[in-house]
Design a protein around this ligand. Structure first.
Ligand SMILES: [Zn+2]
Length: 447
């Protein structure tokens, strides 16, 4: 597809290109040509040849050029609660710390500040697409739009009063109003509906939310089979396990993203694979809340599409997908006492192309291929902890962290250059969040 006469809008060159395409090609001294926000060409500089012409060039300086990471599970405004409560069981953490803090402090202003901080953190750490779910998602979507990120953004649905939804009998109506505003409003933003869980939403709410999502062709998201406690509860109330319960309600199909899936048996995994539902794996959140170890190698073997996610900041406690890749690889190795389990390439695919597939965007992002959106990042090759580079995929999973990300391009737009945000006032955002944290702190210790 390379033509002598082509002048690209931007040319990223002099990098080790990790394409994550079907053949998993890695190109040394490679370049990526970008035109109209899309990848127009991926090539390799032969000895003595000149680079193709471009309006803007970015020299990767022998660093690693790779697809922007896809975070399949976030609650962006929860950056506000980073480190607020740790070392607690999920239900104590949720009921005694997170839900009360949300009730007291979550409003459009705080959601905006927290979401902007989340966007800044993700961009600086190389994440270019996120799949989010929260309340006041309208405000989250505005923040994601302002940051220039790509997002599948779900309005939260839960059967008790929530921020922005004081009357929970109207939770689906409000989700639909949100969808009406954002569907086809911005090419980078896809609205979605997020049911909190099988234990906080009734069967009727779950089915109505799924029907509403289907009517508009949207991704339906739900936390499912996260803890043993949840499984015992559903088993006691419904007489079946969580995944079977969701299937009985007709919730499992290719437009459903199950988040966590820690407690699933072989038959349930086969069921999920047959229905085509996707899975978001959040190893660090599962480890921190001691939820358990999701059977991910088995899920992949069963044919389930699995993406990687950080979960909200309060249970991680950051949005760094490089750390998440490292944790995912090691957790399953030690679980199976087998270092060949979850090899680096598998984990990288989960954080890129498989994550994109899990949220329905694999035709657009997740690999560096001609015709796809130009969502790419550069890892700085001149950092002490990334030298030498024998195998860039090894570095991506086992040596790199978000702080090694040098440049970030989303849809052809350069959003991070030399480690700095181009279009966001990070100082201003951090000051806003610190003021909110002062209020949360005083509320927590107040009368
Ligand atoms: Zn979550």
């Amino acid at each position: 597809l390379t033509e002598e006469s082509t002048t690209y809008d931007r040319l990223v060159h002099n990098g080790r290109i990790v394409t994550v395409n079907g053949d998993f090609d890695i190109l040394d001294r490679g370049w990526v040509g970008i035109t109209d926000g899309r990848i127009a060409s991926v090539g390799q500089l032969a000895e003595g040849n000149l680079l193709p012409p471009a309006l803007h060039t970015t020299d990767a300086r022998d660093g690693i050029v790779m697809p922007g990471l896809v975070n399949t599970h976030t609650h962006l405004p929860m950056t506000l609660f980073r480190g607020l409560a740790d070392d607690l069981p999920l239900q104590t953490w949720l009921q005694e710390h997170i839900f009360p803090a949300e009730t007291r402090h979550i409003n459009p202003e705080t959601v905006e500040a927290g979401a902007l901080l989340g966007c800044a953190e993700m961009l600086l750490g190389g994440t270019t697409t996120c799949c989010d779910g929260y309340f006041l998602e309208d405000v989250v979507a505005e923040a994601v739009q302002a940051a220039g990120l790509r997002g599948v953004l779900g309005q939260g649905v839960i059967d008790f009063p929530a921020p922005g939804v004081p009357d929970c009998s109207r939770n689906i109506d409000q989700a639909l109003a949100y969808v009406a505003r954002w569907q086809n409003a911005d090419p980078l933003i896809s609205p979605s509906i997020f049911c909190h869980s099988p234990y906080t939403c009734s069967a009727e709410t779950l089915q109505n939310a799924k029907r509403a999502a289907d009517r508009h062709g949207l991704l339906f998201q739900i936390h499912a089979a996260e803890t043993r406690d949840e499984c015992d509860r559903i088993q006691a109330e419904q007489g079946v396990t969580v995944i079977r319960y969701l299937d009985r309600l007709g919730l499992l199909d290719h437009n459903t993203l199950l988040v966590h899936g820690v407690w699933m048996d072989e038959e349930e995994m086969e069921l999920i694979a047959r229905r085509g539902s996707r899975l978001s794996h959040n190893p660090q959140s599962n480890m921190k809340l001691a939820a358990g170890i999701a059977p991910i190698p088995q899920a992949i073997a069963a044919g389930i599409t699995v993406g990687l996610g950080t979960d909200g900041c309060a249970s991680n406690n950051n949005l760094d997908l490089f750390e998440e890749m490292d944790a995912a690889a090691k957790l399953h190795k030690v679980r199976h006492l087998d270092p060949t389990v979850m090899d680096a390439a598998t984990v990288l695919r989960m954080a890129t192309i498989e994550g994109a597939r899990a949220i329905g965007l694999n035709g657009e992002v997740g690999s560096l291929e001609v015709g796809k959106q130009a969502d790419l990042i550069i890892l700085d090759g001149r950092r002490a902890s990334l030298v030498p580079i024998y195998n860039p995929v090894s570095h991506i999973v086992y040596a790199a962290h978000g702080g090694h990300v040098r440049d970030v391009v989303v849809g052809g737009r350069l959003l991070v250059c030399e480690g700095r945000l181009m279009d966001m006032d990070l100082e201003g955002i951090m000051a806003r969040v610190n003021r909110i944290a002062d209020a949360i702190r005083s509320g927590k210790n107040g009368p």
